[in-house]
Design a protein around this ligand. Sequence first.
Ligand SMILES: C[S@@+](CC[C@H](N)C(=O)[O-])C[C@H]1O[C@@H](n2cnc3c(N)ncnc32)[C@H](O)[C@@H]1O
Length: 212
Amino acid sequence: MPTSTARTLKGPRRVVRRSARRSPSPHWQFLRGFLKHPVMVGSIIPSSRILIERMLEPVDWENTKLFVEYGPGVGTFTRPILDKMGEGATLIAIDTNPEFIKFLEKSMDDPRLAAVTGSAADVEKIVAEHGFEKADYVLSGIPFSTLPPGIGEDIARATSQVIRPGGAFLVYQFSSKVFDFIEPWFNRIERAFEWINVPPARLFWAHKDGAD
Ligand SMILES: C[S@@+](CC[C@H](N)C(=O)[O-])C[C@H]1O[C@@H](n2cnc3c(N)ncnc32)[C@H](O)[C@@H]1O
């Protein structure tokens, strides 16, 4: 019977299309985020694997209890951080875009991850709310050069307060403007350039001297 056959064929096709809509790929979700908030997202393509490995290379994972990530987007760094982190450690990922946070919660089922909708400028409050005094490392992928006036300064100051002595602020950026924000707050800043990323990125490792 042609009518019922057509119905049968239509059914599964509709189901497939709906479930595809429910689980957008990370790249599509990232592009959608960029198209909605180009200034806040600041990039059209997630970070490259080489940039991720290079940025995280100096981290002392064995002694990391709390790692904080600013601007996780669709989790390009979040998954590698969780893969490297110890069983008892915590990762707090903070993004202003609630759709990215929802995406992370859906796609990363890991009890060590706390995904928070909020601003990096409020990191001290967010860290305290999760029962910690200090973070060992903070990683930032947020576009400092296009943030609204005053926010870059606030984030740099709050980050320097929340990192323990001996910890570090790890930053990847397409412009070196961020250096002006972090320079007053950290004892020693190492810099590098990574070509294998779209666009090529500037890397900063800002260290706080001393140990707990
Ligand atoms: C260039 S994307 C980085 C995405 C991802 N980490 C990567 O490496 O591919 C920048 C991210 O920073 C977020 N963002 C912008 N301003 C922020 C702020 N003040 N606090 C937290 N996240 C912010 C954006 O929503 C976006 O997800």
